[in-house]
Write a protein that binds this ligand. Sequence first.
Ligand SMILES: Nc1ncnc2c1ncn2[C@@H]1O[C@H](COP(=O)(O)OP(=O)(O)O)[C@@H](O)[C@H]1O
Ligand SMILES: [Mg+2]
Length: 375
Amino acid sequence: MAVVARQTVSSAMVPDGATVLDNLPSPVLVVDEGDLLVFLNNAAEVFFARSAAQACGMPISALVMHDSPLFLLLQQVRAGGGSVTEHDITLSSPRFHHDDVTVIGTPIENSGHIVLTFTDVKAAKILDRQLAFRSAARSVSGMAALLAHEVRNPLSGIRGAAQLLEEAVSGNDRELAILIRDEVDRIRALVDRMQVFDEKPAGYKPVNIHRVLEHVRALAENGCAAGLRIIERYDPSLPSVWGNRDELIQLFLNLVKNAAEAIHDAGEEGGQGQIVLETSYRPGLRLSAPGSAGRRHLPLVVTVSDTGGGIPDAVRAHLFEPFLTTKVTGSGLGLSLVAKIVDDHGGIIEVESRSGLTSFTLHLPVVAEESGLVA
Ligand SMILES: Nc1ncnc2c1ncn2[C@@H]1O[C@H](COP(=O)(O)OP(=O)(O)O)[C@@H](O)[C@H]1O
Ligand SMILES: [Mg+2]
């Protein structure tokens, strides 16, 4: 008797298959032997911008373009009788556009039906790119350390010697001694500039990211972005970030400076050129971050976008590497500093760019008691 009672209770509590599928974040759909849609879960409704009620009974060709690689995949599943995976698919229609999707087609035994599951691989690629940013940050930090230790000390000696010479000699020789001193000062200024890369983060505390952004905006409006429209779209309920205020100011100032320069280069400064600073809270993003135990929760999102001409194709793959620049007077150090600061803060950064819209999106951890990261 007791056993029966227990079974009744548990089966009443177990949700049915469709409910489980509806609660999955990945789009899932099922087609019958004639490629008619017979099921879409909630995520598939959003993904394909159609309600299940509308779509069921329609052929799958009503959902995606006729030349979509999905049709070949369905054929292969039918021919092979097993699961088929296709990577890097683009799915589009007038209603939606998804790049970089992985689709798995699996036959349902003895029914002629096929289950299709879709994964947006973009999110996974963020991690790959993050690895690249880390290595960029490390290489520039390594170089900064080398410069500081191997160059700074001998420079002091050379400068001191040149000064002594300056006093001891006259005429042309004195001019040469002054030249040595001036050039040494120039190298020293360069080494000083690199020093920020060598500094280990310190003084972390809760920082209100909106204060940081407002400060950056004020600086930019009176400097690199004078005359450009800077729009702020802030989520006022945003919690604090665990960070170093000065580093964060430097980070956003670099992004805003690049944005302003991109707009100026595109020649739009008089008209519609604008920079948007946006914040939001997205609790969904959890990553198993390289180099750290456990998973990171990065719900705080800050985006800096501009309406400039977009990132040149040639530099995209190496964007965060030091000394990479397309500007005549550029240093190519801005984004590698950004990479370093993002890394110091345990965050990640994503880039999306096309002509007319470039955005750098930062994902940062919040100050949370339970987070091992902030302890
Ligand atoms: N918002 C942007 N729009 C277009 N291109 C950009 C943007 N931000 C960065 N870039 C590209 O990335 C390169 C590297 O940027 P950065 O590291 O800040 O160095 P720098 O600004 O000194 O060139 C720039 O030269 C530019 O080609
Ligand atoms: Mg720059």
